[in-house]
Design a protein around this ligand. Structure first.
Ligand SMILES: NC(=O)c1ccc[n+]([C@@H]2O[C@H](COP(=O)([O-])OP(=O)(O)OC[C@H]3O[C@@H](n4cnc5c(N)ncnc54)[C@H](O)[C@@H]3O)[C@@H](O)[C@H]2O)c1
Ligand SMILES: [Zn+2]
Length: 379
């Protein structure tokens, strides 16, 4: 008996041509699911149209989350929705984020309810970007949830994260799901919308839902054309073009990195267990790595010894430190398998097979400054 006949569950993976969605698709197909991909092939991400990694054993439907008929048709005969489609990164738009992420998700939920579709579960891609700042430890007050750092402070070149009660400098600690959510960028705000819409709708409709708050995710297939998102992809394309990776602030800010196959496994787990139903769940490595160190690891792995460049710039609303507190996911059986060194190696193996590795960042940089996404420290 093949897997196909053993499982037979039907999944819709929105954004299934993208980084995370395509790896979820591959995993589900291997596990014997019937998979339909729904993706509009966003030109920023898919410069050459449909990518070659779209799984041939899945059904591919080109369509847009903003189109009610298209998403309605794609949702027919689906048991589980993995909702990955989103407009992401630090792009200058405002309306498009709200349109694709917030309205697109609202519309999908409304269609399921209005048409009484037999969807049994929705797993939505949320993000660590829903937090305002990573949790901190204050010498006086213990675990605290600092506010986003004021722009005036950043403009003065002061990157410190302070205790919201006594203003003392805090030490970064893993952020639990109970930390306040807000979203300090337009993207972050719309990820909050997506996860809240899905979780509260699920409670109303009596359909189990899970919101996975992914940490920075990377790996083979991460777009090499999009200069606005994916720090590892951007650093790689810069170095391969003999240009220095550009690091904001002082490079000592930390992020938690997840290899894309681990994120795909977390999705399968969320679909199969009921332990996470109704909850937001951090998915990450549980380790914070300074951004400058990431640049160094990539430059070492590539054998291109160009140090990262710090230009006295910062992005308002950006967190200083974020490490995912992963107890909830681990208690349900989540165990990341690929560490950063191995993951970077696997990404580089893939990028070497790509023919069009250009630098799109230089041009984007000028735009990001002009639109106020990137600011400079006052001289
Ligand atoms: N990569 C990360 O670091 C990260 C971190 C946290 C959360 N996420 C979330 O995970 C999800 C997947 O991200 P990814 O890294 O795979 O990004 P990606 O850009 O590689 O994939 C997103 C896919 O969605 C598609 N898409 C975009 N707009 C669409 C629309 N209007 N209609 C239909 N399809 C559309 C794109 O064509 C793309 O194939 C997103 O929801 C993202 O917000 C990603
Ligand atoms: Zn304090």
């Amino acid at each position: 008996m093949t897997n196909q006949t053993k499982n037979g569950k039907r999944a819709l993976v929105t954004g299934g041509a993208g980084l995370i969605g395509s790896h979820i698709t591959d995993l589900l197909v291997r596990e014997g699911w019937k998979v339909r991909i729904f993706d509009n092939l966003e030109p920023n991400t898919h410069k050459h149209g449909q990518p070659p990694w779209v799984n041939a054993d899945a059904e591919f439907v080109q369509g847009d989350m903003r189109n009610r008929e298209e998403i309605g048709a794609a949702l027919r005969d689906i048991d589980v929705v993995f909702h990955e489609a989103a407009y992401g990164g630090y792009m200058p738009g405002i309306v498009k984020y709200v349109d694709v992420n917030s309205l697109g998700t609202a519309q999908m939920l409304e269609v399921i309810r209005e048409e009484n579709l037999p969807v049994k579960k929705i797993v939505v891609a949320s993000s660590q970007a829903v937090y305002s700042e990573g949790a901190g430890e204050c010498p006086e007050h213990g675990l605290v949830f600092p506010n986003v750092r004021p722009v005036e402070q950043l403009r003065a070149g002061d990157w410190t994260v302070r205790c919201p009660i006594c203003n003392a400098a805090t030490k970064s600690v893993p952020t639990p799901e109970s930390a306040p959510v807000g979203g300090e960028t337009v993207y972050g705000l719309t990820k909050v919308d997506q996860e809240k819409l899905v979780l509260l709708w699920g409670k109303q409709a009596g359909i189990p839902t899970v919101a996975l708050r992914y940490s920075c995710t990377y790996g083979p297939r991460q777009s090499i054309f999009n200069p606005y998102t994916g720090v590892i992809a951007i650093f790689c394309t810069r170095l391969l073009n003999n240009l220095p990776p550009v690091v904001y602030e002082d490079g000592e800010q930390t992020r938690d990195f997840s290899f894309v196959e681990d994120i795909a496994r977390a999705n399968l787990l969320a679909a199969e267990t009921d332990q996470l139903d109704g909850l937001p769940v951090n998915v990450g490595s549980g380790k914070g790595v300074p951004i400058r160190e990431v640049a160094e690891q990539i430059s070492d792995a590539l054998g291109i010894p160009i140090p990262a460049e710090t230009k006295g710039e910062f992005r308002p609303g950006e967190m200083r430190h974020l490490t995912s507190g992963t107890e909830r996911a681990r208690a349900a059986g989540y165990q990341p398998q690929v560490d950063l060194a191995e993951g970077i190696g696997r990404y580089l193996d893939w990028i070497r097979t790509q023919s069009d590795v250009k630098d799109y960042f230089s041009e984007a940089e000028t735009l990001l400054r002009a639109k106020g996404i990137v600011h400079s420290v006052a001289k």
